[in-house]
Design a protein around this ligand. Structure first.
Ligand code: NAD
Length: 510
């Protein structure tokens, strides 16, 4: 029989070192990449006011950034529309070369870009470097896809007619992105948009505009024409009005959004009045199922990887761990031991850190509330469970057992370092719990039984399935969700279609 380690044995090594505030000037980032003004029509543009970008490790200000309002945003949209007239007719090969150059510049500057991500988002520098490489891979991938936008020649039902279908760029695309991947959520969209011949106006999250602006500098250096990639940074206060402009302006043809399902619904309503095309990458609530047939070590490694990346702040993080009764106790014990051994909380600039701070106080409050609710309803804190002694927005990686489906943490996305474990009896029960929510982005399961693998992979109501694997994203694979997790796919050979219209040409009189 397996005995669970008491929480006090796990806590000491989860307590680490004090984070140090690192002013942005001390990070030795190339000055050209540290930008505080918006980018519109190929120029750096100030606004009448600014807003502070904060270091999540200390809550101190990193930089004041131009706070774009309605007027500056409309100008950015106009710049994008003007640039679209010439960008749409560039050769696919020309767009391909420019995107590749942009990607190469990202790789050449990857250390500096990673420092910017860690400074504004807090994630460990190693993860930030991984994000930059991942982000650059979308520009590289779509530089290749730009040259493969094929149409169709369709057999005609009439002898005197020929039927063609050609693909054309939709126009100006509004790109609204979250703070959890300040660089990759932009390039995954912008790579596809630019490859298709669209121009973009990017509104980055208020917490993390610096990466978006650094990308604008590199776009300029790559030779991407002014007005093709515009950035409109703005504060949380101005976001609703700026967002409305970006989603209702008649010059905008397409909205591509990554963020919460709640915000996505607001933007879908905005889109309705002018019938804009939409792509929505929204919230998740991923199940991670461990069957009795699983390889235990593989399941534990997969759970750590999928749960604790970016301190649990990714849309594809496993959010509900469903563990079959025969393997349950061993799994909980091994997962607790792995968390204790592998997870270090601290400043993203400290080499040992695997868990940076949460993005802000609201995020910590949500995590605390979910844990309190779970404990009040009978869950057991196996390890963690509290704010970290480092203070600020640092939180202890937390493992909860005896979790039931009436608890808040099993009903809504956590977006923090909490792993709640639900025990189940049968495969049917696990699938029913996994599919009982109204979102479906990623889902993971661990099994060594081939028939079970096919059954479960096909039945999970999600857009992406990890089988014996906790990390599934790549530029080559289609990313996206079902149900209220979104509309459309990003990356892969499908991603570019989100920015293309199909035009049918009937050539008659032959
Ligand atoms: P959020 O919805 O609060 O913010 C996302 C973006 O929308 C930010 O740029 C924000 O400023 C903007 N925004 C907010 N209100 C707006 C409005 N009224 N008009 C226009 N723009 C508005 O989400 P968040 O907290 O930044 O990000 C976390 C969420 O994003 C989670 O739910 C996560 O699952 C989701 N996410 C999804 C994916 C995916 O690919 N499906 C990827 C990353 C994050």
């Amino acid at each position: 029989m397996h005995v669970l380690l008491p929480a006090r044995h796990l806590l000491p090594s989860l307590l680490c070192y004090k984070p140090h505030y690192r002013p942005i000037s001390s990070l030795s980032i190339a000055p050209a990449l540290v930008r505080s003004e918006g980018h519109s029509g190929g120029r750096w543009v100030p606004a009448t006011s600014t807003f502070p970008v904060l270091d999540p490790s200390s809550g101190r200000e990193l930089l004041s950034v131009s706070d774009f309002g309605v007027q500056e945003t409309r100008e950015a949209v106009r710049s994008a529309h003007t640039a679209f007239q010439s960008w749409r007719v560039t050769l696919a090969k020309e767009r391909s070369v420019l995107l590749r150059k942009w990607s190469e510049l990202m790789m050449q500057n990857k250390e500096d870009l990673a420092k910017l991500i860690t400074a504004e988002n807090g994630k460990p520098l190693k993860e930030s470097l991984g994000e930059v490489v991942y982000a650059a891979s979308f520009l590289e991938w779509f530089s290749e896809e730009a040259r493969r936008v094929y149409g169709d020649f369709i057999p005609s039902p009439a002898k005197n007619k020929r039927i063609l279908a050609v693909k054309q760029p939709v126009g100006v695309a509004t790109i609204i992105t979250p703070w959890n991947f300040p660089s990759a959520m932009i390039t995954r969209k912008v790579g596809a948009a630019l490859a298709a011949g669209c121009t973009v106006v990017v509104k980055p999250a208020e917490d993390t505009p610096l990466s978006a602006l650094a990308l604008a500098e590199l776009a300029d250096q790559a030779g991407i024409p002014g007005g093709v990639y515009n950035v409109t940074p703005c504060s949380r206060q101005k976001t609703p009005t700026v967002g409305e402009v970006l989603c209702t302006d008649p010059l905008v043809a397409k909205i591509s959004f990554t963020g919460s399902t709640a915000t996505g619904k607001v933007l879908l309503k905005h889109a309705a009045d002018t019938v804009k095309r939409v792509s929505m990458e929204l919230g998740g609530h991923a199940p991670l199922i461990v069957f009795d047939s699983a390889n235990l070590d593989q399941a534990v490694a997969g759970a750590v990887a999928s749960k604790f990346r970016n301190s649990g702040q990714t849309c594809v993080c496993s959010n509900r761990l469903l563990v079959q009764k025969g393997i349950h106790d061993a799994f909980v014990q091994k997962l607790a031991a792995a968390m204790n051994k592998e997870l270090f909380v601290g400043s993203g600039f400290d080499e040992r850190t695997t868990q940076g701070p949460l993005i802000n106080e609201r995020a910590v409050e949500k995590v605390e509330k979910q844990i309190q609710d779970a404990v009040a309803r009978g869950a057991r804190v196996v390890c963690g469970g509290k704010r970290h002694s480092l203070g600020g927005t640092f939180f202890q990686p937390t493992l909860l057992s005896d979790v039931t489906t009436d608890m808040m943490c099993t009903q809504e996305e956590t977006f923090g370092p909490v792993a709640p474990v639900i025990k189940f009896d049968s495969e049917e029960e696990a699938i029913a719990i996994a599919n009982s929510v109204n979102v479906g982005l990623a889902g993971y399961f661990f099994s060594q039984d081939p028939a079970q693998i096919w059954r479960v992979a096909e039945q999970l109501e999600v857009g992406m399935v990890g089988v014996n694997e906790g990390i599934v994203s790549s530029a080559e694979a289609p990313f996206g969700g079902v149900k209220q997790s979104g509309i459309g796919r990003e990356g892969s050979k499908y991603g570019i279609d989100e920015y293309l219209e199909i035009k049918y040409i009937c050539y008659g009189g032959l």
